[in-house]
Ligand binder design. Structure first.
Ligand code: F6R
Length: 245
């Protein structure tokens, strides 16, 4: 695993944007697996900036997002489709038809997940998957204790994830209870992984994930078995990675 430790969030965002840009420059028709959340926001802002300066071209890029809440329409401000439009897609020359996020309003979420798996296969798999990590070690919405063997599937969110994400909703009751997420198997099939983490609140999750046993209790621990992971973390998030950095 290649590890970059930066001073702060800004540095993490810039380094992650560097890595994603390199991928797109070297392979303009890359399939990018994308994440939402606070962690990659700064990276997307940096990519938009470099696009505006003429340094990046998304014309042939294809994307596939990790996850989406069940029940939120694409225009809902807390939907992950909205997040992606707002932070990246609306600001660069990506072909909207080449962007994929599970449909939160799908009548049959399980069928939507099966379709999503086929979309990923038809694109030839993911070249570079961006990941954040939850304070409980989740990646995507793969919560602790779930099987490693799944591709995209419907999950019931854990209480701690509902609480963590309630900061974005008017009230805790407004947070959806289910989501569709790429499974650990889908994530592990990506050719390369870019794991990002910022802040002290992620330090223990990173320590468990990268220096502890590989266990479904810490979903991100599976990344120890992936052949090509790059971690970009700020000092605070990397503060407990003794022996690794
Ligand atoms: C987002 C996702 C989640 C987040 C994780 C960290 O698409 O799948 O696993 O990466 O919950 O969230 P933030 O970055 O908001 O701390």
């Amino acid at each position: 695993m290649k590890i970059y430790v930066t001073d702060d969030y800004k540095g993490m965002s810039r380094k992650a944007a560097n890595i994603l840009s390199a991928q797109v420059i070297l392979k303009p028709n890359s399939v990018l697996g994308l994440a939402t959340g606070s962690t990659p926001e700064g990276m997307y802002a940096q990519l938009v900036d470099w696009y505006r300066k003429g340094d990046l071209d998304f014309a042939a890029v294809k994307t596939v997002n990790l996850d989406e809440y069940v029940g939120l329409e694409p225009t809902h401000e807390q939907s992950y489709r909205y997040f992606m439009q707002h932070h990246l897609f609306d600001h660069v020359n990506i072909n909207p038809a080449n962007t994929n996020v599970p449909d939160g309003l799908a009548a049959d979420p399980a069928a939507e997940c099966a379709w999503y798996n086929q979309v990923i296969r038809d694109m030839g798999g993911i070249d570079l998957q961006v990941l954040g990590v939850g304070g409980n070690g989740h990646i995507g919405f793969n919560e602790p204790g779930r099987a490693f063997e799944l591709e995209t599937h419907v999950v019931n969110l854990k209480e701690e994830t509902i609480s963590a994400n309630s900061r974005f909703f008017a009230s805790r009751d407004d947070v959806p209870r289910q989501a569709m997420t790429m499974g650990i198997k889908s994530i592990m099939m990506a050719k390369k992984i870019l794991l990002m983490a910022s802040g002290e609140a992620k330090a223990e999750a990173l320590r468990l994930a990268l220096t502890g046993p590989v266990t479904p209790e810490v979903p991100a621990s599976i990344l120890q078995l992936h052949p090509y992971v790059t971690l970009v973390a700020d000092k605070a998030a990397a503060s407990k990675l003794e022996g690794l950095v």
